[in-house]
Ligand binder design. Sequence first.
Ligand code: F0G
Length: 451
Amino acid sequence: MNDNLHTLRCFGCGARIAGPEARPDFRCAQCGDLFEVEYAGWNQRKGPDRPNPGALKWLWRERRSSSESLDQSGVWRFRELLPILDNFGNAVSLYEGNTPLYQLKRTAKSLGIDQLFAKHQGMNPTGSFKDTGMTAALSVARERGFEWVACASTGNTSAAMAAYAARAGLRSLVLIPDGKIAWGKLSQAMDYGAVTCQLKSDFDGCVRVLTQIVKEAPIYLLNSVNPYRLEGQKTPAFEIAEAFDWNVPDHLIVPGGNLANSSALGKGFRELRELGLVARVPRISVIQADGANPLTRSFAESNGEKIQPVEAHTRATAIRIGNPASWRKAARVIKDTGGWCLDVSEAEIAIAKAELGAEGLGCEPASAVTLAGLKKLRVQGKVAATDAVVLVLTGHTLKDADYTINFHRGSLLTASESAGREQEISSLKRNAVVVDPTPAAVLSALKGMAG
Ligand code: F0G
């Protein structure tokens, strides 16, 4: 039996092609826009291919206690909603997904909202949300017989790709911006055996070079222009809906870099609604760093209709992206769901990260933009006290330990970046202290820490 039910539809001109017909750069031959995976019949309420919602909910829950390897993946557990492989037996999995949804009681209280949660995608096998997309797209690469896969990355995609390629026995090529990715991520690409090239350029420059390479060599492109990545990355939407007993939260807040994740989560919720699994979709808001904010500007200037690339600068290196590939898809999700796009400063990111840490939830700086953005949305009256809000935390805190240590040592932010927020910052700082090796010295250090 062939498990494959998909076609590719161009997001720009609507042209439809079969999956294997996509060009190596995944751009539409007619208009140059990106493709989206489509499943015929799903949006016709009585179509023959339309799955049965009640049966699916039951099946997905049952699989959580199954010992079958495909069922143990939080992505392939939902495989009826991502029929992209000829044979699901070709799936390459590290048992990704099934990540925790934590309640943030203290932060909710301080913001005056009833229900605040963090969906921690940093709890995936390589420490970021990229694993959910990589299991999907790398499985397609393997099924189609590629020997080499490649990506340009700010670090997490490359870590995920290298790991999944190693599992599948494929070779992987990583292009990363020299000196602008966190060590944890670089070390992973090396550990998993990728060929890692540090280019004297930024992420956007790495993308340009790789786009040429895949046109000249039989290498499968695994950046998020590859629409199969988004099929995996939509599955946290299913997990969130399931955790809310198929009543979705009011508002989902997502960091924005290359803008694939927000697009994927929007697609996930949209498909659940089309299939009758949920009655409505949450608002989806996207938060960027103010030094890497092309979509925020686009909304301010043209309501998300046009984009002007920027030269990106932020210490949240994961989202240091000036020319995001999936901006049209993300803009559509924000508009269709009634969400917002806004940016936050370096100090706001650092403070939010420390606040999440103080609730026991470490994350990457790029993930902390979600809390910083929520605070702004709350002040602007765009989040009601009764709203149930979910922050999507995208990466594990250990990816970028330097950032955290520098914050607590007081060497992260410049004086002008922290101006006006010195007290807030100093109340969050927990630098390590050096003391004599005696109980008295340690106890006296505790006294100094009281409160
Ligand atoms: N958070 C983290 C931790 C990331 O690594 C990324 C993107 C994002 C948020 C933004 O997601 O691009 O889908 O809007 N990292 C990519 C990479 C670009 O190469 O690892 P997005």
